[in-house]
Design a protein around this ligand. Sequence first.
Ligand code: ADP
Ligand code: ASP
Ligand code: MG
Length: 425
Amino acid sequence: MSLVVQKYGGSSVADAESIRRVARRIVETKRTGVDVAVVVSAMGDSTDELLDLATQVSPHPAEREMDMLLTAGERISMALLAMAIHDQGEEARSYTGSQAGMLTTASHGRAQIIGVTPGRLQRAISEGAIPVLAGFQGVSPDTKDVTTLGRGGSDTTAVALAAAMGADVCEIYTDVDGVFTSDPRSVPLARPLKAVTYEEMLELAAAGAKVLHLRCVEYARRTDLPIHVRSSFSDREGTWVLSADAVAALVERGEMEEPIISGVAHDLTEAKLTVVGVPDRPGEAASIFEVISSVGANIDMIVQNVSTAGRTDITLTLGGSDAQAAMAALREAQPSIGFADIVYDPGVAKVTLVGAGMRRHPGVSATFFRALAEAGVNVEMISTSEIRISVVCRADDAPRAVAALHTAFGLDADTEAVVYAGTGR
Ligand code: ADP
Ligand code: ASP
Ligand code: MG
């Protein structure tokens, strides 16, 4: 029998009525004759509320305890959802990440899945029950401690489970009708995409389109697992995330137009760090990046300026909290490395255009930078891949930059996109 993994995000299970609605949907799917496994996120904004509470108790909460706290959010929703499914006449059994065999690395708050042993879930299905798995969490086989996968990580739980159980599809239910050409909360005329390739979706997710967790797309690409992103508030067909060949087949059959640009994303969570007056000789950059990597910080963009008088500046962007950790570590290493200063700038945004058609269509960069110029947006850093152009600009300029690019590339729809729920937090 075919198997569907369905993942419901926080806004889809924000209150009792929503949980009952989602339970109805799950039961209806099972009654069409397919096996269903469910992954659920914490209710509404409850993860943010737990985070707020932790920082009121302690300004720098211990990472292990933070994971214990945050995993409680999903534990509440999984049990409530299982109760609501029972109420609709089907058996459901909820499982924490560790009960369900979600094995992860030991790094709290950013653990990576290293294995999935879903025996208990498979047994539940074979006994006619619907397993409901808490998203975003796992257990480290080394430390035996509970871990979390990073914000938005329930998507990755769902795809990892779907891959491990050989599901036909992983359905990600959220508060919008799929993946749009831009965030419908900030660009009302954003257009829903019928399909998008794993490569484009990876670039969009890395660029801040939080509709899918980056690692879930990596996982799906590796296992060629179709993801269907859709709303739990409507019955509309959503967006399919597929291999490039599968998207090309849809185009060939006339089911969608050949896409050139798939979307514009923005990210306000990064900060800019400039290491000023670095001695311009071999080994200096290596020392700087070794210090940054020693605190586990992930670097996004890197630019080295032209050197003058034997010294140069190196500018990089990283996530806000990573930037603070990197700065502290660099300050400590300053006497041995010998740079002059560090400048920390949190008031930046990254704005990104993504499209596989960039490979074939000349003039995309010209249109991109003309649109930003006409919107009065000053570009501070530029980085590109084969299918992406990203710039760093002032955070205040980001909404104007995104809107200008969306219009310049002909992405504006005729009607406004629907955002069904959620606070966008
Ligand atoms: P969930 O709680 O269901 O996981 P998220 O808040 O994580 O939902 O993700 C859904 C949100 O992602 C949408 O409400 C929307 O504001 C945002 N988003 C950002 N970029 C996009 C995009 N390109 N397409 C669709 N949604 C996007
Ligand atoms: N509840 C977690 C979060 O808010 C995980 C998720 O929703 O995917 O980040
Ligand atoms: Mg999410």
